[in-house]
Design a protein around this ligand. Structure first.
Ligand code: PLP
Length: 373
């Protein structure tokens, strides 16, 4: 036997000692807005299914119909035989929804980000990213081999400073940001960054995984996911047609990974149709988030995501446990997902949450906060 099991055991113990070991909890989702854990039904504030579309009748029906007709898997990469006709329909709808010329669907949001960045930049290039961008953008930047710099969170001035000092030493330059920050719920200054990109001959890429609408400014490369608002699975990129064509023939995570099952593509198409029939649906999650921030006396929510920053890992776990006892699920988010000392509860609001649940949950959170402060 090798030393590997022993090394793994020791590493796990270190993580547990720092309250950073994660457990895979069995989470049964049978109804939009709810999760069953340990036999207990909880109102979930920890799903990114903002519009409840993963449980929508039409979306489920589209997936079931596609399985019956086309089978369960795609059989190969899209560049081989996996490029089902449904892809063209989905990509057209995605491009229209986000206001772009073209779109490309890739295996997941993670695969999109780790594929796009190395396809566009290499070792003579510069990537400048917001300090709090999602982990997969960091992984993509590292894989590219480009020089990697970070600007202070949502600070366009700091980005400008880096551009002024370093842009000239590199061939191409990419500015990278989340559009809605996944753990903080705040919004990037996209128009300012777009202006800087123009001034400094840089490109702008935004990760819109948590967005419910079109991007608020002109972004060269706009990435999104089918797995959150659309309630399905898979990632996508929107851009000018020649950029999309280039990525489809160079992004390694696109080329060397099997296409999504046709049923997954079919359910994303059905989800976009639901949104396009009732665009006001997309406004409800943020209204619910604002109901919550108002009840707690927090700054007004900018998106459906609201963090309650508690500091220590143990404190976040304790408040999460108190909420769970009362029937509400808000999973504690700890390092390395967020910086050390900023452990938090992250609330994701859905269009399907009920006002009474939001207010009752806020009341418990408030009481607990007053006790522990
Ligand atoms: C969830 C998420 C991703 C990854 O998308 P998946 O489709 O789940 O792989 C990328 N970026 C951000 C900001 C995310 O929150």
């Amino acid at each position: 036997m090798t030393s590997l099991p022993e090394v793994a055991r020791k590493k796990l113990q270190d993580l547990a000692d720092n309250a950073q070991r994660r457990e895979l909890a069995i989470s049964l989702r049978e109804e939009a807005g709810f999760v069953k854990r340990g036999g207990k039904k909880l109102v979930s504030f920890s799903c990114n299914d903002y519009l409840g579309l993963s449980q929508h009748k039409k979306v489920k029906k589209a997936a079931a119909k596609a399985v019956k007709k086309y089978g369960s898997g795609a059989g190969a990469s899209r560049l081989v035989t996996g490029n089902h006709p449904l892809y063209r329909e989905l990509e057209k709808k995605l491009a229209t929804w986000k206001g772009y010329e073209a779109a490309l669907v890739i295996g997941s949001g993670y695969l999109a980000n780790i594929g796009i960045i190395p396809a566009l930049l290499g070792k003579d290039d510069l990537i400048i990213a917001d300090k709090l961008v999602h982990a997969c953008l960091i992984d993509g930047a590292k894989l590219s081999g480009a020089e990697f710099m970070r600007f202070k969170h949502n600070d366009a001035e700091d980005c400008k400073r880096l551009l002024a000092a370093h842009r000239k030493n590199f061939r191409h330059c990419l500015i990278v940001t989340d559009e809605v920050f996944s753990m903080d719920g705040d919004l990037a200054p996209l128009s300012k960054l777009a202006k800087l990109a123009k001034q400094h001959d840089a490109w702008l890429m935004a990760d819109g995984a948590h967005s419910l609408n079109k991007p608020s400014a002109n972004v060269d490369i706009y990435m999104g996911t089918l797995s959150k608002t659309l309630g399905s699975y898979g990632g996508f990129i929107c851009a000018k047609k020649e950029i999309i064509d280039y990525l489809a023939t160079t992004a390694r995570s696109f080329m060397f990974s099997t296409a999504l099952p046709p049923s997954t593509v079919a359910s994303a198409i059905a989800a976009i149709d639901v949104i396009r029939k009732k665009p006001s649906l997309a406004d409800t999650p943020i209204k619910h988030a604002r109901m919550f921030t108002k009840a707690l006396g927090l700054p007004e929510a900018k998106s459906p995501i609201v963090p309650l920053i508690l500091g220590e890992e143990k404190k976040a776990l304790a408040v999460s446990a108190a909420l769970s006892k009362a029937g509400y699920l808000a999973v504690a988010i700890r390092p390395p997902t967020v910086p050390k000392g900023t452990s938090r509860l992250r609330f994701a609001f859905s269009a399907l949450h009920k006002k009474k649940d939001i207010l009752a949950m806020a009341k418990i959170a408030k009481r607990y906060l007053q006790q522990t402060r």
